[in-house]
Design a protein around this ligand. Sequence first.
Ligand code: ZN
Length: 541
Amino acid sequence: MSLQSSVRRDASQILTELVKSPKRATKYKKAYLTSLQVDTTQLTPLRTLSMFVEADLTRKQYEIIRTSNKKLYSCYSVLQKEKRKCYPQKESYRVTETCAEIELQHLLDHTVTRLLTYLQDILTDLTQEERNTLELISKWGCDGSQQSQFKQKMQNNDATDSNIFQSCLVPLQLVCGKNKKKIIWQNPTPSSPRYCRPIRIRFVKETTDITNSEINYVQNQINLLKNNLFMNEGVSASVRHSMAFTMVDGKVCNAATQTTSTMRCYICGATSKQFNDLTIKKVVDVEALAFGLSILHARIRFFESILHLSYKLPVKKWQLRSEADKTIVFREETGLIDMPKAGFGNTNDGNTSRRFFSNPHKASEITGVDFNLIYKLKIILEVISSGHKVDLKKFADYCLETAKYYIALYPWHPITPTMHKILVHGATVMEIALLPIGMLSEEAAEARNKHFRLYRNSFARKFSREECNVDVLNRLLLSSDPLITSLRPKPPKSSKPFSKEAIEMLIAPDVDENVDNSDSEEQVEEKADESEDEPWHSSSS
Ligand SMILES: [Zn+2]
């Protein structure tokens, strides 16, 4: 009443409101405090950059968004400062109009620094001995792809920008201790390009010589790698590196092993004529086993071999000689998705083949190829791409069984080289692999080709070819930065449950206290239940 009489109407009204019920005052206070917070809290530069990268924003887009709430989003120059932390030191760059690269040692030093910054808390909890025996296991590889040609003139007239050949690496696991038992960090998405760090990009066309010189070039740098010494907030650590050369496709493997024929196995040298005779035991090239299984390509090649089987089913011949044969096959071919693409291979990609194997019933119906065979191949693909440890004995048996099954059904069509590689050498390859084979896939590097195209078109300055390359390289570094990537919101899991047969061949991961084991034993069990209505089981064959 006294407030009202002194003409302080608002204060009077609020006071009346506040004492209406016992809890009202607390609610008022809370609402008032949150309103204050919203107004003054600014996103940290790191958070802002994380959003910037995650949403693939350009500077212009960011500035438009910023005008909506200048208090929340910091000024672009702050973001630029944060961005610079994602790049290794200037001296490690070497950029010309046809090449952009970062010295491997510097790239790894920078990767480790960013990763350990993210892991600072875990690092502090380790013993000094553990911190001195850290080891970062990475995979690396190289691949070529076509790119759009820019109209700008090159200083060197012979050079062209229609193709690139790039090598990159993906950190997979940080372990410590002498027996490497303790896992400190594990890449949650080893097939995603988000941790894929660029080593070198050159505007050249992929040939055997180029591939081999690239492998030598990176391998030489790997041999000279020194331990990385990390120091932050009084905590020191030493990290050594192991690199597995597994992000490769068949082309690179053939080049590296001097295998000139694509119909020959680069591991044992058998030719396609010998593939169907499982009794032939050839000497295995141990070095070639280290290339992994190229899982993305394996799926595509499996899919193609089923298609080719399907075309040739009416004539039951492998190589077509007469014109009459070809007409029959051509008729069968129409209506399918197998289109050749000018210049490189065909249009069969990972997604088509994934769809194909996700429904073996339908696949068998369309192609006329035996359902059980498609199903068995699907199981094998599931096992090798799972990222879990595999029971090698069971897997080898299953592969052998599948190979025998194939030969019994289609003796007139030899097993394809990729199928031979996996069915015959798969278990041996897995045995010597540093990590579960699914983690070593080449998918991340493949996706980087697409990114290169995108970043070059939309995120790079165009007034000079060199500056353009610097910008692309920086964007690749930015989008693969371990600290930024670790901060991003976890993408929802869309993976399908494993089939029962696949689970039988997998070994459940050890539950380690430091690793986020989202696929722990319990979940694997659950998945087994879900797939129980699967109409067909390997035991019934
Ligand atoms: Zn072989």
